[in-house]
Structures are given as structure tokens and as C-alpha cells.
Design a binder for this molecule. Structure first.
Ligand SMILES: O=c1ccn([C@@H]2O[C@H](COP(=O)(O)OP(=O)(O)O[C@H]3O[C@H](CO)[C@@H](O)[C@H](O)[C@H]3O)[C@@H](O)[C@H]2O)c(=O)[nH]1
Ligand SMILES: [Mn+2]
Length: 722
């Protein structure tokens, strides 16, 4: 409560400061010089944009809510009537997303603390790889010892790789220890077999004989051209599908939807939609959960937690989806690439929830099947949980289902149907999740964000600079596309969702638009410093106060917030650096690609985020050394801007020293803020100078980038001077 009051006071004071800044900009407009005038106008526009953007981020922070569940009450009332859950895992490439990673995710989900006969796990393999299929076959066997083991030892997290990677051996009880060790050994044996086949790149004859499914690959010509492959590896209805203790097993299904070069497959959205249809025939659970293949379940009670929302007697029937944060387990404490999205996950999404419901983040989300399939909210859709399990009984045998469902995952099935438009995940946007969530909300449904103490899911965030920038480009581009399409939250949500929720989408939707003002702010004031054009009030003038106050208060608030949410000081500094980098590269490219796409010049692609890295790359990440390694247009921009600021700072100092009759005090008075800004930028860019000139390892910036950026930066400085 106190925090909220303080926040509102801070907001009001900054607003006042901004008013003064505007007054200064208008009243001190330069009367002479074309360059001076345009420099001034540009800066004013950038400042106005950032003020507006700041307003949006305040809307997002205005009213955060956090939620708590009471699982014991749920079990007490509804244990017998818990609904089935269909869990979707998406994978797309066996090299970027190794099969061993995928099955650890699958195993963690199969081991949820939830009646196993009500869990159905589906894997969509857009890589159409028999290596992944083989790994799934191994998982379908290993789960028979893994699930009882999880129950007995109360394992957490239930991804075997994550668990054995950090667990302490239960040495106190010799009998238990023996059992523990034997499960660990079988797990390691299995991983070994999977690694060997993956490395080999093909399946041996012996393994081939183990399952009829491998025969499907006899006719597969490539991953872009093959028939539907659907295999039910475990059928939960089958009385024989039990673990070593005789307990039920969940259903486990492998699907590689049909691919033909002449049909667009719509990336992950297409994959999920195929799964929605196929699962409707096999298990048809009223609740659907989906995760990316790297996001294992980190909290075995998540499904129960979620049901507390869906089965709530008062409000449950209004809820379309329950979103968990995207937590990454591979990031270091200081998070040099700011991949963790700490503030977004721990604060902003709580605020969006308070404003009407969080966005759908594409992974770690539970959906009501009806809502995901495009149904509009109505009281009639209220589920009677006491009946739901009898209604969803399916009689067909597994073999028959495998045949009859194939057509649902074919390339032509969606022709002349509403899939991708009004049903399922939406097509055509690189952030299919956001636009889908928005349209569900606009159909009258509510959504909730829940962030239990023990994180629900844990995945892999990017651990190189380029990976992170490319991911950000896809996101910023996707968001801007939504903003410029008919789904623009401001218009599309009119009269459907509250204004504050529509506004809450905007800071993300307009990420890409930040690129131009940021580019201006990091380049122009420094160049003007070199040329001798003042853009800010004198240090001795009272007008300097609002500038200093707004800049200082804004950053101090941001730092305070970051530390309060559990970040480190170094982590915050890294965030500031990445903030500049991504706005001047990812967002810039995202911006222009969106414009090009608007005019039909550019095609949609989906660059997968790498989930494995070379050893020396990982080592540098551990040591918090920034990774470049290759040349990229993004790196060229970063290096050029870094050098530009260095040259401007050096050049203007030199100018003052050479021209003897300048009064140092007067110069500092006139240009104080510009010099300060330039110094800050140079400090932010220290790792860049290091990578350009001092490093010798493979992760440094290549010499070609060094030369290129030097020439451009020098040229810009020369133009500024003359
Ligand atoms: O043709 C495709 C491409 C991707 N995927 C899957 O999509 C998921 C996300 O891909 P990833 O490379 O990990 O991208 P991220 O940037 O980490 O993904 C984030 O951003 C995406 C939207 O851009 C969301 O869909 C994701 O849920 C969200 O985690 C992965 O499981 C992929 O296997 C497919 O199934 N088919
Ligand atoms: Mn990912």
C-alpha cells in the first residue's frame, strides 16, 4: 500500500518535470541556424515520445494483483471430478532442440501430481524426426520407473535431467539409496542411448524393430515433405498401460503433421492447431496446456493450482486461460543479456492482470478448450465438472484412432475452414500467442496470471548476444504487426475489454517504435557536442533541474524496482546496456521489416532460439564475457554507435585543449549535460571497445566489423564537424 502511494507520488513529480522540460523546449527554441533548429526539434520529438511511452509503462504498473490458491480445498471438494488435461509440447528441429531435452520435458509433465489417467501428453514434432520419435519411445518406457520414483521420493523438479543434475543422494537409508541409484543409472543409460543415436543421426536396425512407428519413415523424403505421422505410444485407457507399481500411466502421443512444400505450415500456431484437432478425437479434455519443448514442469502441483482457478464456483467459468511466468533456469545471476525479463514477469504482468488479464505468452499456459477454439464467452458454456469426465469417454481403439485422426493434421484440412482466423491460434504473426490471447479476451473471457513461489515451469533463455537480439527482433516485429493490423488492441478491443487493458498491450506493441527516438538520443546529442551545438540548458540555469530530476528519478526508480524484485545491481547495469543495444538493432530491424511486410516485400520467418551452445561459448557466458564471434549487421550498428560516442567525447575534449582561448568553466556550464550523456554512453559501451580492440578469444568482434564501424563513425564525425 505504502509502495503504491510512493509510486503515485513519483509519477506525479515526474509528470511535473516533463511539463517543465516541454516549457523549456518551446521557450528556448533556437532562433538561428538550420542544424541547431532541426537538432532541437528532433530531440523534442524524441522526448515527447519517451514521455508518452513512460505513460504507458505507468498504466501497466498502476494496479498489480497477485493470486494465491488453496489446493487442499480443491482436492477436498473435487478430487473425484478433476477434469482431464491435454498437454501439448512443441518441437521443431532435432539439432536446435535435442531429443534428450524434449523427453525430459515430456517426462516432467507426465509426472504431474494429478490422476495419471486424466493426463494426456502430445508432442508435435515439426522436425518430423525419427530421432525425436525414438527418444519418445524411450521415454514411454522410462516413465514406468520414473513416475513411481517421483511419488516415492517426492521428487522436484520432475524433469529427470534437472533433478539428477542437482539432487543430493539420500545416503541416510541404504535401501532407499540403492533404489535411488538404480533409477539414476537407468536414466543415464537411456540418455546415453539417445545421445548415441542422435550423434549417429539415424536409427539402427535393432531399434527399428522395436516399434511399428519407425516404418513411417520409410516413405519420408524430407522434413519439409512428408505424410502425417501419428503414433499413440501409451494409451492411458489401455489396462496394460501401467507403471511398475501397477498404477495408471498418462497417454503419450507423437505427432508430426503433414508437410508439403507448396503449403505454408504457419510455424508453431499451425502445430498447436493440428494438436487441438487431433487431441479432440483422442482424449478431448476440456483443459489444454501448452509448453515449448525446453520448458519442463518445475512444480508438480501446477495442474492442481490451475484447477483452483478454472473450478472456482463463482468466477471460474469466466476464465479462458491461466498463464504462468516464463522462468529460465540457465541464466546467471547478473544476466548479461537481460534475457530473464525480470520486471515484465514479476511486476508488469501482475499489473496487466490487474487491468483485466495477462497476455498469453505462448508457453506455460492452461487454456479452456472452448475458448481456445474461438467460442465467445457465455454462461451456457459453464462446465459441470461433475459430469465432464463421463462426457469425454472415447471408444475407438488406439490403432483405429491413429488412422482416423491423420486427416486432421493434413496440409489441406484447414482449407476453407476458420482455423488460424477464428479458431485456434492465429496465423500470420510472429507472436501468435499475444494476438491469440487478445482475441480470446475480446471474446469476453477473463484470464489470470499466477506466479507461485515455486516456479511452474523452467526453460532456456538465450545465452548469446546475437540469439537474444534475434529473438527480440521477432518479438518486436510481431508486436508492431499486431499494432498495425486489424487486431490493434486500441481499436479491436473497443467496447470489448477495458481501456486500461488495451493500453497495457501498447508498450509491448510499440517496442519497435522506440528504435528511432533511441537512435536519435544516442547519436545526435554527442555529434552536436562535437560540433558545438548546445541542446540542453546550462548547468547554472534553473532549467537544468527538471532535466536532471526526471532523468535521475526515472533511473533511480527503475533501479529500486529491479532490486526489490530480486535483481542485482550489476544485473540492472546489464539491463541498461542491453536496453540500448536492442533498441538500436532488434527493434530497428523489427521496425523496418514490419514496414516492408506491410507493403508485401518480405516473408514471415521464425528463427528458432538455440537451446544448446558450444563449450567455449558457454564458458564465456559463465564468466559473463559478452559473446560476438561472427559479423552481423546488428553488431556493426552497435560497434558504430559505440565508436561514434567515443570519438565525439575524445574529439570535443581535444578541440577544447587545442583551441587555447576557450574558457573551460564556460564550456562545462554550456555542455555539461551533453558531456555527461556522452560519458554514460561510453561507459555502457566498454565491453564493445574491449571486443573491438583488446580481446583475442573467438567471441570478440571480427576485424571486418572493427574497420567497417570505424570508417562509418569517423565519417559521421567528419560530417558533424564541417
Ligand atoms: O515452425 C515452428 C517453429 C517453432 N516451433 C516451436 O515454438 C516454440 C518456441 O520457439 P523458440 O525458438 O523457443 O522461440 P522463443 O523466442 O523462445 O519463443 C517465445 O516466443 C514465441 C513467439 O515468438 C512463443 O511462441 C513462445 O511460446 C515463446 O516462448 C519451440 O518449442 C519450437 O519448437 C514449432 O513448433 N514450429
Ligand atoms: Mn524458447
Amino acid at each position: 500500500m505504502k509502495g503504491r502511494l510512493l509510486f503515485r507520488l513519483y509519477t506525479a513529480s515526474v509528470l511535473l518535470g516533463i511539463c517543465f522540460i516541454c516549457a523549456f523546449r518551446v521557450s528556448h527554441f533556437p532562433t538561428e541556424g538550420k542544424v541547431e533548429r532541426w537538432g532541437w526539434i528532433g530531440l523534442f520529438v524524441a522526448e515527447l515520445w519517451f514521455s508518452f511511452y513512460g505513460f504507458l509503462t505507468i498504466v501497466v504498473r498502476w494496479n498489480p494483483v497477485s493470486r494465491r490458491t488453496f489446493k487442499d480445498r480443491l482436492s477436498h471438494r473435487y478430487e473425484k471430478n478433476l477434469p482431464g488435461v491435454d498437454i501439448f509440447i512443441c518441437t521443431a528441429d532435432p539439432t536446435v532442440e535435442p531429443p534428450s531435452l524434449v523427453i525430459n520435458t515430456a517426462l516432467s509433465l507426465m509426472a504431474y501430481d494429478y490422476p495419471a489417467e486424466k493426463l494426456n501428453i502430445y508432442l508435435s514434432d515439426d522436425g518430423g524426426s525419427e530421432l525425436t520419435f525414438y527418444a519418445m519411445l524411450e521415454a514411454s518406457r522410462f516413465c514406468k520407473i520414473w513416475l513411481p520414483f517421483c511419488r516415492k521420493f517426492k521428487v522436484e523438479p520432475r524433469s529427470p535431467a534437472a533433478y539428477f543434475g542437482s539432487a543430493v543422494e539420500p545416503l541416510d537409508d541404504p535401501l532407499n539409496y540403492k533404489e535411488w541409484l538404480s533409477v539414476k543409472e537407468s536414466f543415464e543409460d537411456m540418455m546415453m542411448r539417445i545421445h548415441t543415436t542422435t550423434k549417429l543421426g539415424k536409427i539402427s536396425k535393432d531399434i527399428r524393430k522395436q516399434h511399428k512407428g519407425f516404418r513411417e519413415w520409410d516413405v519420408v523424403s524430407s522434413r519439409r515433405d512428408h505424410q502425417t505421422i501419428l503414433q499413440i505410444l501409451l494409451d492411458g485407457r489401455d489396462p496394460g498401460a501401467v507403471d511398475i507399481e501397477g498404477e495408471h500411466l498418462p497417454t503419450l502421443v507423437y505427432l508430426a503433421r503433414e508437410k508439403k512444400p507448396q503449403y505454408h505450415h504457419n510455424f508453431k500456431a499451425g502445430a498447436v492447431n493440428a494438436l487441438i484437432r487431433v487431441s479432440s478425437k483422442i482424449s478431448n479434455s476440456p483443459i489444454i496446456m501448452n509448453v515449448d519443448c525446453d520448458m519442463y514442469s518445475n512444480n508438480s502441483e501446477c495442474v492442481r493450482d490451475t484447477m483452483c482457478f478454472f473450478m472456482d464456483e463463482e468466477k471460474g467459468h469466466e476464465i479462458a486461460y491461466v498463464q504462468y511466468p516464463q522462468h529460465f533456469h540457465n541464466l546467471k545471476k547478473n544476466d548479461i543479456y537481460a534475457s530473464s525479463f525480470l520486471v515484465e514477469q514479476e511486476l508488469e504482468l501482475l499489473g496487466v492482470d490487474g487491468n483485466g488479464g495477462p497476455c498469453y505468452l505462448g508457453t506455460g499456459c492452461f487454456h479452456r478448450r472452448d475458448a481456445l477454439c474461438g467460442k465467445k464467452y457465455s454462461k451456457e458454456l459453464k462446465i459441470n465438472w461433475k459430469e465432464v469426465n463421463d462426457k469425454t469417454k472415447i471408444e475407438e481403439s488406439a490403432i483405429a484412432l491413429e488412422e482416423t485422426c491423420k486427416v486432421l493434421a493434413s496440409c489441406t484440412y484447414e482449407q476453407n475452414k476458420k482455423w488460424g482466423k477464428e479458431m485456434g491460434l492465429k496465423y500470420g504473426f510472429p507472436v501468435e500467442d499475444i494476438v491469440t490471447g487478445l482475441s480470446i479476451q475480446c471474446n469476453g473471457w477473463r484470464s489470470v496470471y499466477t506466479n507461485p513461489e515455486r516456479k511452474g515451469f523452467a526453460g532456456l533463455g538465450p545465452t548469446t548476444l546475437l540469439q537474444s537480439l534475434i529473438q527480440q527482433k521477432r518479438w518486436s516485429e510481431g508486436h508492431l504487426q499486431i499494432f498495425l493490423s486489424k487486431y490493434c488492441p486500441l481499436l479491436y478491443g473497443h467496447k470489448k475489454i477495458p481501456l486500461k487493458l488495451r493500453l497495457s498491450y501498447c508498450p509491448y506493441n510499440t517496442w519497435a517504435a522506440n528504435s528511432l527516438p533511441t537512435l536519435y538520443i544516442v547519436a545526435v546529442p554527442s555529434l552536436c557536442l562535437l560540433r558545438g551545438i548546445p541542446l540542453f540548458p546550462k548547468i547554472s540555469s534553473p532549467w537544468v533541474i527538471p532535466f536532471v530530476y526526471v532523468a535521475f528519478a526515472h533511473r533511480a526508480y527503475s533501479l529500486g524496482e529491479f532490486l526489490w524484485l530480486g535483481g542485482t545491481l550489476k544485473g540492472w547495469c546489464n539491463l541498461q546496456r542491453i536496453w540500448v543495444f536492442k533498441r538500436t538493432t532488434s527493434f530497428l530491424f523489427g521496425f523496418f521489416d514490419t514496414i516492408l511486410k506491410l507493403f508485401g516485400f518480405s516473408e514471415q520467418v521464425f528463427a528458432l532460439t538455440a537451446k544448446v551452445a558450444d563449450e567455449d561459448v558457454s564458458e564465456r557466458y559463465e564468466q559473463e564475457v559478452m559473446e560476438f564471434g561472427a559479423s552481423s549487421p546488428m553488431f556493426s550498428i552497435i560497434a558504430t554507435l559505440a565508436l561514434l560516442n567515443l570519438f565525439c567525447l575524445a574529439g570535443s575534449t581535444l578541440k577544447k585543449v587545442i583551441v587555447k582561448d576557450t574558457n573551460m568553466v564556460e564550456v562545462l556550464d554550456q555542455f555539461g549535460l551533453q558531456i555527461l550523456g556522452c560519458c554514460l554512453l561510453v561507459m555502457i559501451n566498454l565491453p564493445i571497445y574491449q571486443a573491438l580492440f583488446f580481446r583475442r578469444d573467438n567471441g570478440r568482434l571480427p576485424p571486418s566489423t572493427t574497420y567497417q564501424s570505424m570508417i562509418i563513425a569517423l565519417l559521421a564525425c567528419a560530417i558533424a564537424i564541417y
